[in-house]
Design a protein around this ligand. Structure first.
Ligand code: SF4
Length: 176
């Protein structure tokens, strides 16, 4: 069964169960915790770091931060599903981050990309914290460019088989 066959409610509950599995919990996390982990890197990291300290983990699970996810033109359930997959993959790689050179190169590619959505910010004046979201996958770019496990979903207009970040396109990464 693939995730595409799930309805939105099933997808979200599956993601809650998978996040619980990553955290070593017997029961799925709540949808509030899942959404908070998607919206906040520091909260997601704190959850993972507390896996072996049950008291701290329970405290974090009981008090997720309020959501600050930017509005984008994507189906909410689809975004949650995609964001959850991305978060779980990142968690499994130990929250590995890109080095400054790689991060800057990705940021520059996104700044010049026609798929970027930056509500409220001039494209030329945008700083990294104002990168906005990727119009293809709906991910917040400031987070996406920092996550080593992430890849760009847009094919290079000049080089077939290569994405806009200069990575080889693999079958596991959907293009839009
Ligand atoms: S398609 Fe790639 S380069 Fe364009 S905004 Fe999305 S992640 Fe950035």
């Amino acid at each position: 069964m693939t995730s595409l066959s799930l309805n939105p409610a099933q997808s979200e509950s599956q993601m809650c169960a998978e996040l619980a599995q990553v955290l070593g919990l017997p029961e799925p996390v709540s949808t509030t915790v899942l959404q908070a982990a998607l919206a906040s890197d520091s909260y997601a990291r704190s959850l993972l770091a507390s896996r072996r300290t049950p008291q701290m983990l329970q405290m974090l699970l009981a008090s997720p931060p309020r959501r600050t996810r930017p509005k984008v033109e994507h189906n909410t359930a689809e975004l949650i599903q995609r964001g959850s997959r991305s978060l779980l993959t990142w968690a499994r790689t130990g929250f590995s981050t890109t080095d400054p050179v790689e991060r800057e190169a990705r940021s520059q590619s996104c700044l010049q990309c026609p798929h970027r959505r930056a509500p409220g910010a001039s494209l030329l004046q945008a700083t990294r914290s104002e990168l906005g979201v990727c119009g293809l996958c709906g991910c917040p770019l400031s987070r996406k460019v920092s996550m080593l496990s992430e890849s760009c979903p847009g094919e290079s207009p000049n080089t077939p088989g290569i994405n806009r970040w200069g990575q080889a396109i693999t079958l596991s990464e959907p293009l839009y």
